[in-house]
Design a protein around this ligand. Structure first.
Ligand code: ANZ
Ligand code: ZN
Length: 843
């Protein structure tokens, strides 16, 4: 007889070893089975996995295990997004080497993932900091360069003069470097770019085919790409051949124009600032504010009247003032706009502030007068009014008419403008992929010959002084020019780590030694059937990966357009916070849930028994200490209970509140299943039709739930079947149901399932077992409940065999006491029967 209790402490490891030894989850490139590639976004090796990883990977794991049982050859790999800043920060703070720090973290986190029993093909494990991996990346970068998709350009960067490094926009906080606190300068540097804009239209169009992506992610990408159609046209300076080119998406509102505004960086502004100190001061003031679109949107609108005038292109006698304005961006459109205050909120704010005219040109329902009193711009639909020959047209017709007139008269043309910019990939950092180029005074920029790849990072670097260690390394950058043999220098910039994650899913699928991947093998696996990750990657990572896939297809290296067929973004794991205000500085001090004794509506710190404040339920984060450590809970409850908790209760796209009671319930359920499995009796006889039906309906539904990632629903159904089996009397049907329950639970609680499978004499590992077949005949309900109405009012229901003939239903309905009471002796004039649904008696 098997043990009375399931003991995860011994079982978990035993089965993890068994899977390793049997190489159960190794994907076979040559398999004849249909393929399924299940991928979760690979982690950054920060040191320890957090609960969000556990949830993400558990979901992918259940899908991967179920797919395998359902007959697919499954590729479910794991690796490490291993380059990036935190390793350099650790080097600076702790004096460790970024490589050593990263490798240690990987070893720790891998052990943690193993403790959760994930069905991963570890033979394909990769880390982006492996020279092997980044060497292939360098080769691909050179291929893209050869195809004209990589170029160098001087561009402005955020320069931290203390850390001597370039900062990303997010690393500039209130104009200062996030680490050093130094005032950030704009510097012009030669930077490497990837020509993502060449694929803008394609990337936008492609979104249309991604019907298994969340709508919101597609929308975010669409907005990021930002295609705008409109008019580019010139407002000429009064009495001059020169003018200011503006871009507008609303040429229909042209008669409502009351000013022209240009960006602080606009050449006209820059030139004038040379002789007008007040303008120079205004421009400097503009630059202090943030430069992101969101910051500009919310910042107070400010302008400087240049005193210049331009002619309205549709009515040259009409002159408009030219302002330099803080809400106009230089790198969008033409860096200049015409302001139409009645129909654009920024323009309206601006016009009210500087007392410029506001004229209605689009009717707002019955409002057609030219006066505009509201402080809210009207941006809705309507007929054009107060606009001369445009009057009466709808917005689209008026847009087309103005564009046609501009083209005809030669002062403008219809155009498309994109928000998307080319991708700057240069980073002045050590811990990244070296950009494989050499600078030669005689030959210029020379690609490193492919047979000299990988260009590896030097090991002996120091982080005790600011700046890029590659730049100051005594020997690394000095090389001979591959072209003329003269003295030359290596590029010391490394690649943005988003490049590393733009093709890792290809390398997972195919790993030849001599090239990045084999296109024939890629074709077998790609696109990834199900990609799972955080919503924080909705834009950049996913867009860059889509771009790389397209770019590699464009140059003929692969035959895939979209890398990820279906995308799922999971919710977060949340917990309430516990804190006290530190009287010394008024700041909250947070406490870990492990140190708290939680009452019904209060909580105390175990250490001193004094109360703490209970805060909102928010995403688990180290800074708020509202975290649970995966290792702790695995040790306490076992991997299966933790996995089960991750899948239960909340739909996977929603937040999952962590609760002690919840995980304890899961641990109890593990034992409850174990008790049930122990009752398996292969020799039992007798049939239980209802249980057979319940069993097959559950198999069918759980299969569908897992396929659509409705894990919480699958969990609920497994609970339900468990209850039904527990109640049923011993029979062959009951034993069959227990066996099936085991198979259904296997993807979710794999350790328990293996242990029980072995106990009931199952063949081989349950990880290799087939998903239980269903008898389609059992899926149909053979009884239906029919509503009986009298004069349209529900009076009774009857349960009858499905497909019962009309006359029989009618007879049963009339036999009902409730119906007779409702009829109250009146004669039935008409009987309406909708078979299997309802009966309505008209009296
Ligand atoms: C006149 C106008 C009238 C506008 C109106 C809007 C409403 P999207 O859709 O995002 O492309 N614009 C153009 N270039 C700009 C720049 N460099 N910085 C700030 N704003 C700029 O937005 C296009 C609209 O944003 C353009 O259409 C322009 O204002 C403004 F009733 O022109 B519009
Ligand atoms: Zn040379």
């Amino acid at each position: 007889m098997t043990a009375e209790r399931f003991d995860p402490a011994s079982a978990d490891q035993r089965w993890q070893r068994a899977w390793d030894e049997a190489q159960s989850f190794r994907a076979d490139d040559t398999s004849a089975r249909p393929r399924s590639y299940v991928l979760e976004m690979f982690p950054y090796p920060s040191g320890r996995i957090h609960i969000g990883h556990v949830r993400n990977y558990t979901m992918g794991d259940v899908l991967a295990r179920a797919k395998k049982m359902q007959g697919y050859e499954v590729l479910h790999p794991m690796g490490w997004d291993a380059f990036g800043m935190p390793a350099e920060n650790a080097a600076m703070e702790k004096g460790v080497h970024p490589g050593g720090w990263t490798r240690d973290n990987i070893a720790n986190m891998k052990a943690q993932l193993k403790r959760l029993g994930f069905a991963l093909d570890w033979s394909r494990e990769l880390a982006t900091c492996d020279p092997e991996y980044y060497g292939h990346e360098q080769a691909l970068f050179l291929d893209l360069y050869a195809a004209g998709l990589v170029y160098r350009k001087e561009s402005a960067v955020n320069w931290d003069p203390v850390d001597m490094t370039v900062l990303a926009n997010e690393q500039v906080i209130d104009g200062r470097g996030w680490r050093s606190g130094a005032l950030v300068e704009k510097r012009k540097l030669n930077q490497w770019f990837l020509k993502i804009t060449q694929f803008a239209d394609d990337l936008l169009e492609g979104l249309g085919s991604l019907d298994k992506w969340p709508e919101k992610v597609r929308l975010m990408q669409e907005n990021w790409i930002g295609k705008s159609q409109g008019l580019r046209c010139t407002f000429r300076f009064v009495d001059s051949a020169d003018g200011i080119e503006v871009f507008t998406t609303r040429p229909d509102t042209m008669f409502g124009a009351s000013f022209v505004a240009i960006a602080a960086d606009h050449p006209v502004a820059q030139q004038m600032a040379e002789t007008v100190p007040e303008l120079a001061a205004f421009i400097a003031e503009c630059k202090q504010g943030g430069t992101t679109a969101a910051e500009l949107e919310t910042a107070e609108k400010k302008g400087f009247n240049t005193g210049l005038s331009v002619e309205h292109p549709l009515k040259p006698a009409w002159h408009l003032p030219v302002y330099v304005a803080n809400f106009v961006l230089m790198d969008y459109g033409t860096g200049a706009v015409f302001g139409c205050p009645a129909h654009d909120q920024r323009d309206l704010d601006f016009a009210r502030k500087y007392e410029l005219p506001v004229t209605r040109v689009v009717a707002d329902g019955d409002e057609t007068g030219s006066a505009f009193d509201s402080d809210e711009a009207y941006t809705g639909p309507g007929r054009i009014v107060n606009s001369d020959w445009l009057d009466g047209m709808d917005i689209e017709a008026a847009k087309a008419a103005v564009i046609a007139r501009a083209a005809h008269e030669g002062w403008g043309e219809g155009t498309t403008v994109w928000r998307l910019r080319d991708w700057g990939v240069s980073r002045q950092r050590y811990w990244g992929t070296p950009i494989p180029f050499i600078h030669c005074a005689a030959c210029g920029v020379v690609p490193v010959p492919k047979d000299q790849l990988p260009v590896t990072l030097p090991e002996d670097v120091s982080f005790d002084v600011p700046g890029n260690p590659l730049l100051r390394h005594p020997t690394w950058k000095h090389v001979d020019c591959p072209s003329c043999g003269g003295k030359a220098e290596r590029e010391t910039d490394t690649l943005d780590t988003f490049v590393d994650s733009s093709w890792y899913f290809l390398r997972f699928a195919s790993q030849p030694a001599d090239r990045p991947f084999d296109p024939e093998v890629i074709k077998q696996w790609l696109p990834v059937e199900q990609y799972i990750g955080g919503i924080e990657h909705a834009i950049l990572h996913l867009l860059y990966a889509r771009f790389w896939t397209r770019a590699l297809a464009h140059i003929g290296l692969i035959d895939v357009q979209e890398p990820f067929g279906s995308l799922f973004t999971q919710g977060m794991v949340t917990h309430e916070t516990y804190s006290r205000v530190d009287p010394a500085n008024g700041q909250p001090v947070f406490f870990s849930p492990a140190d708290i004794e939680r009452g019904a509506d209060s909580a105390v710190l175990k250490a001193d028994g004094a109360p703490v404040e209970i805060g909102r339920v928010i995403k688990m984060s180290k800074s708020k200490k509202n975290v649970v450590d995966p290792d702790d809970i695995i040790a306490q409850y076992g991997a299966d209970a933790v996995r089960w908790f991750m899948l239960s209760d909340s739909p996977p796209e929603r937040d999952l509140p962590w609760s002690e009671a919840g995980i304890e319930g899961c641990a109890r359920f593990v034992q409850r299943l174990w008790r049930l499995f122990r009752q398996y009796d292969a020799a039992a006889t007798g049939e239980d039709k209802a249980l057979d039906r319940k069993r097959d309906q559950t198999v069918h539904a759980v299969g569908q739930d897992i396929a659509s990632l409705g894990f919480n629903k699958a969990v609920a159904r497994i609970y339900e079947l468990t209850g039904a089996v527990e109640k049923a009397a011993p029979s062959a049907s009951r034993s069959a149901a227990i066996r099936v329950l085991l198979l259904l639970a296997a993807p979710m609680m794999p350790h328990l399932a293996e242990e029980a499978w072995a106990a009931i004499g199952g063949e081989g590992l349950i990880a290799d077992a087939a998903w239980p077949p269903v008898d389609p005949a059992l899926l149909v309900e053979d009884e239906v409940t029919i509503a009986i109405q009298v004069l349209g009012k529900l009076r009774d229901t009857i349960t009858v065999p499905k497909g019962m003939p009309r006359e029989e239903i009618e007879a049963l309905a009339l036999a009902s006491d409730k119906v007779q009471r409702a009829l109250d002796g009146k004669a039935v004039k008409k009987v309406i029967v909708v078979p299997d649904r309802l009966v309505n008696l008209v009296a």
